[in-house]
Design a protein around this ligand. Sequence first.
Ligand SMILES: C[S@@+](CC[C@H](N)C(=O)[O-])C[C@H]1O[C@@H](n2cnc3c(N)ncnc32)[C@H](O)[C@@H]1O
Length: 314
Amino acid sequence: MMAPPVGGGDGEAASGSGGEGPEGRPFLEGERVLLVDRKGRRNLVRLKSGRAYQSHSGVIEHDRLIGLPEGSEVEALTRDSDRRNPAKYLAIRPTLADVVLNMPRGAQVIYPKDLGSILIAADVFPGCRVLEAGVGSGALSMTLLRAGALVTGYEMREDFAERARENVAAALPREPALPPEAPFPSARYVVEIRDVYDGIDGVFDRVVLDLPEPWRVVGHAEGALVPGGILCAYLPSINQTAELRAALARSRFGLPETFETLRRTWHIEGRSVRPDLRMVGHTGFITTSRLLGERVSFRPSDEAQDEGAEGPDG
Ligand SMILES: C[S@@+](CC[C@H](N)C(=O)[O-])C[C@H]1O[C@@H](n2cnc3c(N)ncnc32)[C@H](O)[C@@H]1O
């Protein structure tokens, strides 16, 4: 299949993937595009007709990107352009991790490696009712929403709540595979300006916390979670984590677990195959625990886990 005419330029300044395979979905006005240069530098751009992305090596008018199939190459043009060697960019849609690392922030966001771990540790599923506090810049909110959760956020600061709402709306466009009348994911998101240490209203399947004193929420979570529900807390230090674990041990929660996620990338180029020299050494500890029914008379120990006794089903 031939690539359609692209970019509104002279046809040399942009090229699709060519070949016989499926074509990339064209970029629409209002969407975010990630422009990646030869050195792998990433620039997040929101498309608006009439605007231009200005890099140190030239200009890319948004109108050349709108309608361009994802995965295409675009050239940055300069007035006195050296057309033999123009700067080239790859145009792709950003992943959620790209958005989280490049979006405007108020509070410190949770790193993508931990966001992924939290989704599994808290076992978030489509339709899951999640109480999240505090919402900060909205990185965790958008991750929960993208997994299909219904998220109620508690945030103390009005300015952070507003930033989180904006970030979520910008990061989560309507799913392209869904009909146009399908609601935006942000329709499943409510942020209330309130202190979660004062209490939680409503019934939830999960309580997910990223704030300094989650042990002050344990009692409220006991009253808000369904039995079997999961409390998940993200904390930067092990002293805080120990304090949370002590509060959980005094509560109706059981099956506590604490872990951290280390992500080590590798350099793979020809015969040079080794771990990358730099890595993010520490971000945070993730603790989960499950609410037990009121009549449960014992707390399962974690002995079996320590022995590696988790076997296949049955
Ligand atoms: C580290 S940030 C959360 C970042 C967020 N998880 C993200 O990924 O963008 C911590 C947030 O908790 C909020 N916060 C602290 N104590 C709170 C409380 N008691 N109730 C509600 N929000 C609280 C802070 O205002 C801040 O926005």
